[in-house]
Design a protein around this ligand. Structure first.
Ligand code: ATP
Length: 235
């Protein structure tokens, strides 16, 4: 197992955002988390990433307990995230944004070679390497956010709403990249409002409601589950 969460509780002050969340993300798999707005999906990702601290429960990555670790240590272990809303540095160039992704000790020595790989994966970023990131389209900024995450040499990437606000053609491109990274052996955690596509991609999926996991199964099984179809697919 790559990542294991066990009975995780997370609070914002007195308000409980995650309640006894237990899930596993096998190495090399795509695991989707689905749930309505406010269900706790971003909190889950933030807690694994070390941005929020769990009050109870465990987070184990490849056998190491990482619950409560600071973000930079979690990243340096090989857990990357592509945050909701892209979060690039708008006043830096594309190349400078990518360099920021390689600040981790695990990535520094390989920076040049990784940069070339990323430019090969995203030719658009190579063409625009000297352009200020804030002047690029939403789709290009999302590719940059993914590229910056890849600069840190992650083994596991958590995507928080990667298709949010993007034009349909770009959404297809984002999913193509996620599939490609999976084929290259990366482990993926996917939070995505496009539930149908995310279940089609996922090996396994969990349904989060009010901070609790209420259902899980293969992506295929949940895609055909009546409750999921009614609640999340509008069918
Ligand atoms: P969305 O898709 O709307 O982002 P989500 O499933 O990602 O929803 P979270 O953002 O994790 O949900 O929010 C879970 C709960 O925690 C919600 O009730 C939310 O209002 C609350 N919450 C999230 N962030 C904070 C915060 N920084 N301070 C206080 N409460 C928060």
């Amino acid at each position: 197992m790559s990542l294991v969460l066990d009975a995780l509780d997370v609070f914002y002050g007195d308000a409980q955002a995650l309640d006894g969340v237990t899930l596993t993300v096998p190495q090399g798999s795509i695991v989707a988390i689905i749930g309505a707005n406010g269900a706790g999906k971003s909190t889950l990702i933030h807690t694994i990433a070390g941005i929020e601290k769990p009050r109870r429960g465990q987070i184990r990555y490849r056998g190491t307990e990482i619950g409560g670790w600071p973000s930079h240590k979690v990243c340096n272990l090989g857990i990357g995230q592509v945050a909701e809303g892209r979060q690039i540095f708008p006043s830096l160039t594309v190349a400078e944004n990518l360099q920021m992704g390689a600040m981790l000790p695990r990535a520094r020595s390989k920076e040049k070679a990784t940069l070339e790989e990323i430019y090969a994966l995203f030719p658009r970023l190579a063409e625009r390497r000297d352009q200020l990131a804030g002047t690029m389209s939403g789709g290009e900024q999302q590719m940059l956010a993914i590229g910056r995450c890849l600069m840190g040499h992650p083994e596991l990437i958590m995507f928080d709403e990667p298709s949010l606000g993007l034009a349909p053609a770009i959404v297809q491109e984002v999913f193509r990249i996620i599939k490609l990274l999976h084929q290259r052996g990366m482990t993926i955690v996917l939070v995505e409002q496009n539930v149908a596509v995310s279940l089609k991609l996922a090996d396994h999926a969990y349904v989060l409601e009010n901070g609790r996991i209420v259902m899980d199964g293969s992506g295929e099984a949940l895609l055909h589950d009546d409750r999921v179809r009614q609640a999340y697919l509008g069918l």
